[in-house]
Design a protein around this ligand. Structure first.
Ligand code: ADP
Length: 377
């Protein structure tokens, strides 16, 4: 993020939260710019929803501060925080029409009748539901209901929009459509938005910035590219985009994987007694092992070859119980049973130590040479 250019609009500072004596949010700090779409992402139980609920004011914080637009809001009740909410469980009022649902927040704020009517009409148009105002929620599809929830949330002109798994109750076919609608609306209005999801593809396709959480802490925050190209841990490397993770120990450039063929790495590292090697399936280059002249990489046998149209996916066994997934986009026609040699360039090789932190190469060997031979820079 460019420092000093944008003002911080929403700031969570050193937030902690306990449930029944167990710490579920542990010293979480996050700054969000005005108009930014931030997605909190992580496995179930990592604290995403709790973080969102603390922002909304439904649950209190044990310690720390929440600053919105220069004001400390943590002592304000939910309705005074000026946040719009679309929660998975925050369903529409079933006995109210679409128009009444959308008007709800405006009526609570005692706005004049005519102003409410024109605002509702504008919002119906915005979420493409003009003509549906008299319907009840049960007379709408899931996607339409979620659009009404969105209209209701933004009716009050919130400073921040909070979305908790807004797509998870929708059919796969509708998800992408509603995702696009949310994103277009958010951009058009410059709405500062925080969304929670456990679905990394959904997160990647919608966010300006991703915040990966693990055990109540922020594991890594950054753009899609940051997280994919420079994961800070093997957890992020496997969670974002998917990676082969191989455990073993490392001496120089020799990675001794547990119960597998030795792997010669592209770079040389300081010795690591227990570490992990992370390799992206699409960054591994596969060639027949016959006639292979050595060099960085590992030998294996193709167990499964799957044609997927744009790509082919291979499961390559490199040890009795150790396999690497290799994805190639070229029309290389490898078959199950074939002996192959797998290699990759130095920049695509990631080593994480026993604390799951990045191990920088001591010597970047062979990278230039391999980059030339694989046609990549
Ligand atoms: P996520 O949204 O990432 O799945 P949550 O924020 O819902 O995670 O939960 C984080 C942790 O807090 C979990 O261990 C969960 O069991 C616990 N937790 C959440 N809500 C409550 C609650 N109301 N009472 C007790 N424990 C809770």
């Amino acid at each position: 993020m460019p420092e000093g250019r944008q003002e911080i609009f929403l700031s969570m500072r050193n937030i902690c939260k306990d449930y029944n004596g167990t710490r579920v949010i542990d010293d979480l700090s996050l700054d969000i710019e005005e108009g930014e779409f931030v997605v909190l992402l992580g496995p179930s139980g990592c604290g995403k929803t709790t973080t969102l609920r603390m922002l909304a004011g439904f649950v209190g914080v044990a310690s720390g501060n929440i600053i919105l637009d220069g004001e400390d809001i943590q002592h304000l009740p939910p309705y005074r925080r000026e946040m719009g909410l679309v929660f998975q469980s925050y369903a529409l009022f079933p006995h109210m029409t679409v128009a009444e649902n959308i008007a709800f927040g405006l009526q609570m704020r005692r706005q004049p009748r005519e102003a409410i009517a024109s605002r509702v009409a504008e919002l119906l148009d915005l979420v493409k539901l003009t003509g549906y105002e008299a319907r009840l929620p049960r007379q709408l599809s899931g996607g339409q209901q979620q659009r009404v929830a969105l209209a209701r949330a933004i009716a009050i002109d919130p400073k921040v929009l909070l979305l908790d798994e807004p797509l998870s109750n929708l059919d796969a076919s509708l998800r992408q459509q509603v995702a696009h609608e949310i994103r277009l609306l958010q951009k058009a209005r410059g709405l500062t938005t925080i969304m929670v999801t456990h679905d990394q593809l959904e997160a990647m396709s919608m966010a300006d910035r991703l915040v990966v959480m693990r055990n109540g802490r922020i594991e890594q925050a950054g753009t899609q590219r940051d997280l994919y190209e420079r994961p800070a841990s093997s957890f992020v490397a496997s969670f974002i985009g998917g990676s082969n993770i191989v455990e073993g120990d490392l001496d120089g450039a020799m990675f001794r994987a547990v119960e597998a063929e030795p792997v010669r790495l592209a770079s040389t590292y300081a010795p690591q007694p227990a570490c992990r090697l992370a390799l992206r399936p699409e960054r591994i280059v596969m060639a027949p092992s016959a006639g292979h002249a050595g060099g960085p990489g590992v030998t294996g046998t193709i167990e499964l070859a799957t044609y997927l149209g744009a790509t082919s996916e291979y499961l390559v066994r490199i040890g009795p119980d150790r396999r690497l997934v290799v994805r190639s986009s070229v029309g290389a026609d490898h078959r199950a049973g074939e002996r192959v040699f797998l290699r990759w360039s130095a920049q695509d090789e990631r080593v994480f130590d026993s604390q799951d932190r990045v191990v920088a190469p001591a010597v970047k060997a062979a990278s230039a040479q391999l980059a030339v031979s694989t046609g990549r820079s």
